[in-house]
Design a protein around this ligand. Structure first.
Ligand code: ADP
Ligand code: MG
Length: 700
């Protein structure tokens, strides 16, 4: 290894002058030899195949054809161009040049076989190829070329300045010859031999100059693995550090409160998934480390009972517990639900929210501090400074996406040691991503719905069919059901959305007039008290229709509501649509979700609608969402570095990711501080990684 050589500024590479060096720096962030050698091709062109003109299809990307030029002519006027007639034994097409006419005319030989290569266009029955790459067949056969030609990331500026893919290829060739003796192995021997990975220098060689498809695949595998391995190693280290540093109160026993409830008052048999998750939580609570666990479960999967059972364990061990919800509506619902579940237990539960009266608050504060209050349910109000627990042992946070990390840590600092933390979310984070993003958080998944649920029927209807939809609503209401009608609210255009909502409300009121029908309306611009009042009327069944914006998205539970109508459904994201749909299907009746849209739909919208009508599985939906949006929009991806991947793809390379994660954990479990000789390389690379933050900026 000679790091100084690889640190050489790119200006010093043969073929790179000051101008090119500047371009490489500003356009591709390439400063050194090492940066260039880690510029990985994003695809390869297969030059093993030769097409016939008659085989061309409009869907072809780039093709290679053997044939002869029989004619050359200039077409004058706007878009002045040189056009060649190109023939093989199956047909003919055109080659077109908009620039460099003089040179082409002088160098092209008519009626001599050429190999041409490029993208084809199809226009009124004819194929043409603009600015083909071409070479006389005789020369083509002589030159030794790699069948798989790498295509490097590029920018318009680079191409315009003549730094084409061919030029980068040339530079890579020059560089590799000089650098190959300076590349060092960056994974340990045991890992390389166990996974039969290609050695580093061979992988680098084959990624730039693939010797065969098989070698290219192995090179890609090796480099992807390496990239993911070091990210996973980082996350695993964080997780282990957390566990060894942050002590928690061990809840050693499961005592009388839990046992009594479990044996005598559990209203239903737990699902297998609920049991498994509870076991995972118990194991965490019983250890000396602070629990930091994310509980994922689709809407209706039964997270609440898991939360309650976990809280009872805290109580059994002499600690208090709290449950925090993102909205007052939800907090109240949790409070009522838990009161009902605990009615036969001798535990005290209180509710604290913004609107709690001062006198009531005082009592809650007192009872919290003297320990006579065991369970506190509430909103953000729980985070106020005056709220002091005697000994908070477990904090549960519902619907994590509404809370920032800061708010969470505020709960932690209530008492001497941080309480165990369980974060519950119904926003399924694809397993793929959870593994990477939350590598330092433990994740439990409830992936099974309670038995006997009728799956929600979802359909897509155009606005033009509104009358039929209204008729359907009338029928459902006649059967005693209730209906949600939701309008999009997108922050940037709040005024307009608000108008949509009010217009909708008016037309619904006309269609469903009093006194036969009663309608609630809830939106973000209402005072909380008014919102609660309207919500309450719907919950009690006093109104049959709830017209709302997405404020009802989170957690509201009205089992009698059987229809969810989503207006302008094309404007909602997939996860939001799924959340909204989860508001129905909570009772024994068949439920429906109707997605209303205009006729004009983008292809992404179509995919979203198709996905919604096809499946109810939140994880499947989340995977589609991830594919549509990329990981960028999903919480936590920024910090985790998954967006800076150079060669691996978090979605497509999920299998490699799993292996990388296993290996990272295996290494650390066996040798937590990487002191063993066999892990010397890993330690070195890892240390550099922590220094430079970009794994490829030093692995060489
Ligand atoms: P979520 O995960 O969305 O918070 P809840 O905890 O509110 O779901 O549960 C949804 C509904 O399913 C509740 O009415 C709850 O009583 C019921 N439920 C939960 N677990 C089971 C089970 N194992 N068997 C039957 N019903 C269950
Ligand atoms: Mg819930």
């Amino acid at each position: 290894m000679n790091p100084t050589f690889l640190q050489t500024p790119i200006d010093y590479l043969k073929g790179v002058g000051p101008n090119r060096a500047d371009m490489l720096r500003t356009e591709l962030g390439i400063h050194t030899f090492q940066d260039l050698i880690h510029l990985f091709p994003h695809r390869y062109i297969d030059r093993t195949r030769y097409y016939k003109v008659s085989e061309l299809q409009q869907t072809n990307a780039e093709v290679q054809i053997i044939g002869k030029i029989t004619h050359l002519k200039m077409v004058e006027g706007k878009g002045r161009r040189l056009v060649a007639t190109f023939k093989d034994d199956t047909g003919q097409m055109e080659l077109v040049w908009f620039r460099g006419h003089k040179w082409i005319k002088e160098s092209i030989k008519l009626n001599v076989p050429y190999v041409i290569f490029g993208k084809t266009n199809y226009y009124s029955g004819k194929y043409s190829m603009p600015h083909p790459e071409m070479e006389p067949l005789a020369e083509h056969e002589k030159s030794l070329r790699s069948a798989m030609q790498p295509v490097y990331p590029s920018t318009e500026k680079l191409t315009n300045k003549g730094i084409t893919n061919k030029v980068i290829n040339g530079l890579m060739q020059t560089l590799f010859l000089e650098a190959k003796n300076h590349l060092f192995e960056s994974l340990s021997k045991p890992i390389i031999s166990e996974l039969k990975l290609m050695p580093k220098n061979e992988a680098i060689f084959n990624i730039h100059f693939p010797q065969s498809q098989a070698k290219l695949s192995r090179a890609q595998y090796r480099l992807k693995f390496e990239e993911l391995f070091y990210i996973q190693l980082q996350l695993a280290r964080k997780n282990m550090a957390h566990k060894s540093k942050i002590k928690g109160y061990p809840f050693e026993k499961v005592g009388p409160i839990f046992t009594d409830f479990y044996n005598n008052h559990l209203p239903f048999e737990l699902t297998g998934a609920q049991k498994r998750v509870l076991k995972e939580i118990r194991a965490d609570l019983g250890s000396n480390a602070q629990m930091n666990r994310l509980l994922q479960g689709d809407v209706g999967s039964g997270k609440t009972i898991v939360a309650l059972l976990s809280m009872l364990i805290a109580l059994d061990n002499g600690f208090q517990a709290c449950l925090m919800a993102p909205t007052a509506i939800l907090a109240v619902q949790h409070y009522n639900g838990l009161l009902e579940l605990c009615k036969n237990l001798n535990t005290s539960i209180s509710l604290l929210q913004g609107s709690t009266k001062t006198s009531e608050r005082k009592i809650i504060h007192e009872n919290l501090e003297n320990g006579s209050l065991s369970i506190l349910i509430g909103t953000h109000a729980l985070l106020e400074d005056k709220v002091k627990f005697k000994n908070l042992g477990l904090a549960i946070i519902d619907e994590q996406h509404r809370f920032g990390v800061k708010q969470r840590s505020k709960l932690w600092h209530k008492n001497e040691y941080p309480p165990h933390v369980l974060v519950m979310t119904a926003t399924p984070i694809p397993r793929t991503l959870a593994m990477t993003v939350y590598g330092d958080l433990d994740v439990s998944v409830i992936d099974e719905l309670p038995p006997g649920r009728k799956s929600i029927k979802t359909v897509h209807r155009y606005d033009a069919n509104r009358l039929k939809v209204f008729a359907f609503i009338r029928d459902e209401i006649k059967k005693g059901r209730q209906v949600y009608i939701v309008y999009p609210l997108i922050q940037e255009s709040e005024a307009m959305d608000y108008k949509d909502l009010m217009d909708g409300y008016e037309s619904i009121s006309r269609e469903f007039p009093k006194p036969n029908y009663q309608i609630s309306i809830v939106h973000g611009q209402m005072k909380p008290a008014d919102k609660d009042y309207e919500m309450e009327r719907f919950v009690k069944g006093e109104t049959q229709i709830m017209v709302a914006t997405t404020v009802i998205e989170v957690g509201v539970n009205v089992p009698n509501a059987s229809v969810m109508i989503i207006e302008s459904a094309e404007r909602f994201g997939l996860s939001q649509l799924h959340q909204l749909r989860g508001r129905v299907g909570r009772g024994a009746e068949q439920s429906y979700c109707i997605l209303m849209t205009s006729f004009k739909l983008s292809s992404d919208s179509k995919t979203r609608l198709e996905t919604m009508t096809r499946t109810n599985d939140g994880f499947e939906i989340a995977e589609v969402d991830l594919k549509l949006r990329g990981p960028g929009d999903i919480m936590g991806t920024q910090q985790s570095g998954v967006l800076n991947l150079k060669i691996a793809d978090i979605i497509r390379d999920n299998d490699i990711l799993k292996i990388a994660r296993n290996e990272a954990w295996k290494v650390l479990k066996d040798d937590p501080t990487l002191l063993k000789e066999e892990n010397r390389i890993i330690k070195f690379v890892y240390t550099q990684l922590m220094k430079f933050k970009n794994i490829w900026s030093f692995i060489s």
